[in-house]
Design a protein around this ligand. Structure first.
Ligand code: PBG
Ligand code: ZN
Length: 374
């Protein structure tokens, strides 16, 4: 098509577009002959912004489409540490994940640290039959698995950032995340007192970050105040599980940690899955109480909440926890042939980053350390 014909063609179509109704009444073949004269006329006469393919035809230009690209520094790897020093037990419902005793952690972590592991989050798993009581006394036992692991990891891996999950459910005889009243409900004031003491013990033992996952009201403020009083607030990061939803995605974790409640559920302290406004208020509240990082958990079913967290906490880092049930689900899907494991691990994690998170707690961390190296 010559340039002059092209100009005529555009002029013709411009005039036609003023009389939409008559154009529609044209016979089909006639209408089509004017609508798509040639590829060139489509791009010039049509909407230029409709031509997107050139923007992402190369692997690098595809990577540039993301606001945040996954890096090793964004990942926190969960570790389950038992009080039996030589133990290394596979957790059946949590693919490839183990409960390990103190003697097993350093040899396990050494190759991961060499590959670029930057951070771990510690969960204590007391297996001794006498370890649990109504107050969760074992949580801050100086000889217990978490307190010992903090010191051990600080000694062996000086560059590793150590997060200590703070909760009582692994240590209470009833398996709830705080101290209970006679009627079985949470005694918030006593729980906050206890949780903040446990957080202080982990911080004093050398944790770089304490992460309360209990969901008692006011625990962030209580922990922050104690850190300030002790003169260590400047060196301890406070990461709050601000928007932690109740639901059915923590099952494999509770198998791993032995933290299933012996009666009832956690619906009166973890958030209801539909509670977007409540989550926003919880995030707002925790920022006001002195959290340094806010976390959303689980991740993939709560991407709108991650996005809300980034909007409300636009000046702070947002973390998301891809929890045990999400991880197990991805493994199950891959095993059933629904998708490729690695592709789905990336797709789900990139979705979490796109929603607004810059930190991801992920059971895929060891795999990502390999995948991100190649
Ligand atoms: C303890 C805690 C839980 C998780 C993190 N900290 C379990 C729960 O609240 O029941 C869940 C993590 C996961 O499922 O991977 N309060
Ligand atoms: Zn708990």
């Amino acid at each position: 098509m010559s340039f002059s014909t092209l100009v005529q063609d555009i002029a013709f179509r411009d005039s036609r577009s003023d009389e939409r109704s008559s154009q529609i009444s044209l016979p089909h073949s006639v209408a089509r002959s004017y609508a798509s004269t040639s590829a060139t006329s489509v791009s010039i006469a049509g909407d230029i912004s409709s031509q997107l393919h050139g923007g992402y035809s190369h692997p690098l230009t595809r990577a540039w489409q993301a606001e945040r690209q996954l890096t090793k520094a964004m990942l926190i790897y969960p570790l389950f540490i038992t009080d039996n020093p030589d133990e290394e037990t596979l957790i059946p419902s949590l693919p490839n994940q183990h409960r390990r005793g103190l003697n097993r952690i350093v040899p396990f972590l050494r190759p991961l640290v060499a590959k670029g592991l930057r951070s771990v989050i510690l969960f204590g798993v007391p297996l001794e039959p006498t370890a649990k009581d109504a107050l969760g006394t074992a949580a801050d036992d100086p000889a217990g698995p978490v307190m010992s692991a903090i010191a051990l990891l600080r000694r062996n891996f000086p560059q590793l950032f150590i997060v200590a999950d703070v909760c009582l459910c692994e240590y209470t005889s009833h398996g709830h995340c705080g101290i209970l009243r006679e009627d079985g409900s949470l005694n918030n004031a006593m729980s906050v007192e206890r949780i903040s003491d446990v957080a202080m013990a982990y911080a004093q033992a050398g944790a770089h970050c304490v992460a309360p996952s209990d969901m008692n009201d006011g625990r962030v403020r209580a922990i922050k105040l104690k850190l300030i009083e002790a003169g260590i607030a400047h060196r301890v990061n406070l990461m709050s599980y601000s928007a932690k939803f109740s639901g059915c995605l923590y099952g494999p974790f509770r198998d791993a940690a032995g933290s299933c409640p012996s009666f009832g559920d956690r619906k009166c302290y973890q958030l209801p899955p539909g509670g977007r406004g409540l989550a926003r208020r919880a995030i707002q509240r925790d920022i006001g109480e002195g959290a340094d990082i806010i976390m959303v958990k689980p991740a993939s079913s709560y991407l709108d909440i991650i996005s809300d967290a980034k909007e409300i906490g636009k000046d702070m880092p947002v973390a998301a926890y891809q929890v045990s049930g999400e991880f197990a689900m991805i493994h199950a899907g891959a095993k059933a042939g629904v998708f490729d494991l690695k592709t789905m691990a990336f797709e789900s994690t990139e979705g979490i980053l796109r929603a607004g998170a810059g930190i991801v707690v992920s059971y895929f961390t060891p795999e990502f350390l390999d995948w991100l190296s190649t």
